[in-house]
Design a protein around this ligand. Structure first.
Ligand SMILES: [Zn+2]
Length: 266
C-alpha cells in the first residue's frame, strides 16, 4: 500500500485563496489545485492508495468548522487528520469528537499558530489522544524564516513532548526539522517513540540522496513515512526519488506506505 502522510486540500469555495497564501508563504509554486478532486486525480496518476489530509487553521474559532469538513471527506482514499489550535477552549472535547467521528489523528502547526508544542496548555490534547490517535506535527522552520525569529517547532521542543508522552504516536514532519536538519540530527533523529516524514517541498532533491539516505539509516527506515506537502510537491516525483535511494526493497516498501499503514491503522 502506498500512503502519503502529508497533503493539504480544502473546500472548493476557499481552495483558490488558500493556495495563493500557501504559495506566497512557502515561496513554492503548486503543481496542482488543492481540492479533493485534484488530489484524487494526482493519487491515481502517482499510484498512491491513501493520502492523509492535514487540517490547518489560522484561528481557534475555525477549528470546528474545518473539522466538520474534514470528517465529511473521509473515504477509501482520503484519511483526514483534524485541525487544532492552542486557543481553543475545550481541546480534549474536540479530540474526542474527532475520534468518535472516525478521525485517526491530529495535525499541529506551532509555527503558523505561534505556540510551543511542549507548552502545558497543549497537554490535554496529548492526553486525550492517548495511544490510539496519531499526532503529525510541523517540525523546524518555514522557508524564508528571518534570523532572530522565534523558533516554535524546534526538534528539541518536539522531543520534550515525545519524552513526556511516550505512548503518543508522533510523526515529526519534514525529516524532523525543516531547514533545521543539523538540530534534528542532534535532538531527534535516531530517538525512540518518534517517526519522521519525508516532506520537503518543492523536492527532496534539495536534501540530496546522500543526506536523505544517511538520515533514514540513522533514524531507522521503519520509522520513516512518505510525505509530500501536495500540492507543493508531486507524489510521483517524490516517490520515484525514494525508489532511487540505495536502500533495500523492504525498507522502501515501509517508507512508501507500510510504516504509515501500521502506525495510523489503515
Ligand atoms: Zn504541510
Amino acid at each position: 500500500m502506498r500512503v502519503d502522510v502529508h497533503t493539504h486540500v480544502w473546500p472548493e469555495s476557499i481552495a483558490g485563496t488558500v493556495l495563493e497564501y500557501m504559495e506566497r508563504d512557502m515561496g513554492i509554486a503548486a503543481i496542482s489545485k488543492n481540492t479533493v478532486e485534484s488530489v484524487k486525480a494526482h493519487m491515481r496518476e502517482s499510484g498512491v492508495d491513501k493520502s492523509v489530509v492535514l487540517g490547518v487553521v489560522q484561528r481557534a474559532d475555525q477549528v470546528r468548522r474545518a473539522n466538520d469538513w474534514l470528517i465529511g471527506i473521509q473515504d477509501e482514499m482520503l484519511v483526514p487528520f483534524g485541525a487544532m489550535h492552542p486557543d481553543l477552549e475545550d481541546k480534549a472535547a474536540e479530540v474526542q469528537r474527532l475520534r468518535q467521528n472516525g478521525i485517526k489523528g491530529i495535525k499541529l502547526h506551532p509555527v503558523l499558530n505561534s505556540f510551543y508544542p511542549d507548552d502545558p496548555k497543549m497537554f490535554p490534547v496529548y492526553e486525550e489522544m492517548g495511544d490510539s490517535m496519531t499526532l503529525e506535527i510541523h517540525s523546524g522552520r518555514l522557508p524564508g524564516a528571518k534570523p532572530g525569529e522565534t523558533v516554535f517547532a524546534a526538534p528539541e521542543r518536539i522531543m520534550n513532548v515525545v519524552r513526556q508522552f511516550p505512548k503518543l504516536k508522533v510523526i515529526a514532519l519534514h525529516l524532523g526539522g525543516f531547514y533545521m536538519l543539523d538540530e534534528a540530527e542532534r535532538e531527534l533523529i535516531g530517538k525512540e517513540n518518534v517517526l519522521i516524514d519525508t516532506t520537503w517541498p518543492p523536492s527532496l532533491k534539495e536534501v540530496g540522496a546522500e543526506t536523505l539516505t544517511t538520515i533514514i539509516r540513522k533514524h531507522g527506515s521503519h520509522k520513516v513515512c512518505f510525505g509530500t506537502d501536495f500540492p507543493l510537491a508531486s507524489q510521483a516525483a517524490e516517490g520515484e526519488y525514494i525508489q532511487g535511494l540505495p536502500l533495500s526493497d523492504a525498507d522502501k516498501e515501509g517508507i512508501l506506505g507500510e510504516n504509515a499503514r501500521m502506525l495510523i491503522g489503515l
